[in-house]
Design a protein around this ligand. Sequence first.
Ligand code: HPA
Length: 263
Amino acid sequence: MDLVAHIKRLAGDAPVRIGLVLGSGLGHLAEAVDGVAIPYTDLSGFPHAGVSGHNPKLVIGDLEGVRVAVFGGRMHYYESGNPAAMRLPLEVLKGLGADSLILTNAAGSLRADIPPGDLMLLSDHINLSGANPLIGEKTDARFVPMTDAHDEGLRGQLKAAAARAGVDLPEGVYAWFSGPSFETPAEIRMAKVLGIDAVGMSTVPEVILARFLGLKVAAISTITNMGAGLSDERLSHEHTKAMAPLGAAKLEKVIRETLRHLR
Ligand code: HPA
């Protein structure tokens, strides 16, 4: 892939070990990487739009002694109607040599014991959007098994790292609502009945794409609010961005500690 060769020319040939996608308000970690930052606008075919609170650049370099590729921004389904918007970035990640991917997002909690500011590791997900990034894929590879999509080994590493770092990391089921409008209180009550622990507008298409590409994947939500109707907070993107830093510090600890043990 031309793009992979182009990125290697800029950032060096050494294979990337692991990819990180940073969610709303979590872009800070991209600045912690000692390496080369390439704006998405310099990467032909990369999603250019993006949501405020994201940091649309690819940073390749060293974090805690591990060579990482950090995607400072993601493209959401709701931005263009294309659920496969992150396919090229993830193909590039694979092309750079990575075998694993950690996704992060901001999410609304349905669990009183996982309040805003806390993290949740995705044990599994539910796709409530009706969309799938593999619709239109022509090969039989599109029939991706999702039985153990959220990699047990990687989840174990994240949980062990969280324990060492003294950060609570409960597991739960995340549901993908398309957005960009937030859920209604009735939708949140429905989600609760369905066994859903947190809701958000991203991540699930990237989990599907990662499994399609043969990347191991795990995802962590930073809880920015309680689901609609579960508290008096008024939901807004401003609120999400304002609250994300609360969990971001914990997320950074968990990710750094995970990488330290990968070294
Ligand atoms: N719903 C959907 N997406 C979100 C939420 C929410 O409550 N909070 C942050 N992202």
